[in-house]
Design a protein around this ligand. Structure first.
Ligand SMILES: *[C@@H]1O[C@H](CO)[C@@H](O)[C@H](O)[C@H]1NC(C)=O
Ligand SMILES: *[C@@H]1O[C@H](CO)[C@@H](O)[C@H](O)[C@H]1NC(C)=O
Length: 220
């Protein structure tokens, strides 16, 4: 409740007041937004009913890792389970996934990410240095850069003979429960504790939707 009140004031002073006054200070607003996003938030599931005396928004509370398809008839479908819940980053994460591709997935594959963090309300995270709510024109090319095709794919993919380069042949792919170590290098500052909402949309070269997933998760 105290935290809520404080945040309401911060949001109001930094984002709302300048807008009302008609200042043209996009840069200051951006800095204020990043300050808010970088502030660690207690995931809402930890709030006791006493904390939430007044409903600040109608938006849903993140209570668990929740993975949903938002394109049920898309050619790519997948189920993903990530543990622990909430996630601890940096740390060890366990991932389990099944994916079905009804078509061969060939380059280029455009991916649009939308990431929001709940700081009282769901605030969109901007795209900064290629990280955040970004549009990637060809993730196939990015995969080739991250994982040089001359080398084997990284664990745990290599362990289960899973590909890490386009084209991905139509078929079913299974990643049994595997541990992935997330190092603390390269973690953007906004990725601090709190509740997150992520939406991923992939499109082929003709602009047809290949996949759409949305997930909510908490970082501790
Ligand atoms: C992650 O797991 C590895 C090996 O399983 C272990 O050596 C390491 O300490 C773990 N790291 C954390 C942050 O728990
Ligand atoms: C993936 O499929 C296997 C076998 O059908 C199943 O046991 C497992 O629970 C599935 N995993 C996910 C993340 O859906």
């Amino acid at each position: 409740m105290q935290q809520h009140t404080k945040l309401t004031v911060v949001i109001f002073m930094t984002l709302v007041v300048p807008c009302i006054l008609g200042y043209n200070q996009e840069k200051e607003n951006f800095i204020a937004l990043m300050k808010l996003l970088n502030t660690p938030q207690k995931p809402e599931r930890y709030f006791s009913p006493v904390d939430v005396k007044f409903p600040v928004s109608e938006q849903p509370t993140v209570t668990e890792f929740n993975w949903k398809s938002c394109g049920p008839s898309d050619p790519i479908s997948a189920d993903v389970v990530i543990l622990p819940d909430p996630l601890v980053i940096p740390g060890n994460i366990s991932v389990e996934a099944n994916a079905t591709l009804k078509v061969d997935v060939v380059a280029p594959v455009k991916v649009s990410l939308t990431i929001k963090k709940k700081v009282l309300v769901w605030l969109p995270i901007p795209c900064i240095d290629g990280v955040g709510s970004c549009v990637y024109d060809d993730v196939c090319e990015m995969l080739d850069t991250m994982f040089p095709p001359s080398q084997p794919c990284p664990a745990p993919l290599a362990t289960y003979n899973l590909p890490c380069h386009c084209p991905f042949k139509a078929g079913t792919y299974t990643l049994p429960k595997s541990d992935v170590v997330v190092e603390d290098t390269g973690i953007p500052s906004w990725l601090s504790s709190g509740d997150y909402e992520i939406k991923v949309v992939a499109q082929d070269s003709k602009g047809s939707e290949l996949a759409c997933f949305s997930a909510t998760l908490s970082l501790k």
